[in-house]
Design a binder for this molecule. Structure first.
Ligand SMILES: [Zn+2]
Length: 196
């Protein structure tokens, strides 16, 4: 397994001897990557995880809307999981309340078998962060309120670790780097930080 975030990937560096952020010089499957710490360049064959979009029913109070949720193939989804649903142009934090396969309701199912996810709107989302500390990158996550604000240049904490936010990658794909720019947890794909 590997983690890929469009422009960066976390892999074992044979020179550094541990997991590092690698810059992608040539896209997978026949990728060329460069260690962001020691500069080691290597060729590696990577299969990008396939994503699958499933239908979602998002309910809030007595009303409901239909939307979609992007999942990774092979991922197991369970009732109670927090995901992000797209309804029109908006993203919402949702909790899975039921999983439908062939008109049956299931508690847990791999992505490829899911036909519809029944969900309810929640305020909580999972915030993910990558913390650079000297030569290592530490992945962090924490469940937070969807409207929690993160600001570039300011000290925050994720998963009990304090750090300064250096940039924020949004779900829409763009990265914000300008000092004092803010984003809410529900819009964020990943927060990058440095130990100050
Ligand atoms: Zn290295």
């Amino acid at each position: 397994m590997y983690f890929m975030d469009n422009d960066m990937i976390i892999l074992d560096c044979p020179v550094c001897g541990e997991e590092m952020d690698f810059e992608i010089l040539k896209e997978p499957p026949e990728a060329v990557v460069k260690c962001s710490v020691c500069g080691h360049v290597m060729r590696i064959t990577l299969k990008e995880p396939k994503s699958k979009t499933v239908h979602a029913i998002v309910s809030f109070g007595d009303e409901s809307s239909t939307g979609t949720i992007d999942l990774i193939e092979g991922e197991i989804i369970s009732v109670g999981d927090y995901l992000v649903a797209e309804v029109g142009d908006d993203s919402f934090s949702v909790e899975v309340t039921s999983i439908e396969e062939n008109n049956a309701r299931r508690e847990k199912l791999p992505t490829e078998k899911i036909q519809v996810l029944w969900t309810r709107l929640v305020d909580k989302v999972i915030i993910r962060a990558s913390l650079n500390k000297g030569a290592t990158t530490i992945p962090l996550y924490e469940e937070v309120e969807g409207d929690k604000v993160y600001t570039v240049g300011q000290i925050t904490s994720v998963g009990g670790r304090q750090f300064r936010v250096t940039r924020i990658k949004l779900r829409k794909g763009n990265i914000i780097t300008r000092k004092d720019k803010t984003a809410e947890a529900r819009e964020i794909k990943r927060v990058y930080g440095e130990r100050s």
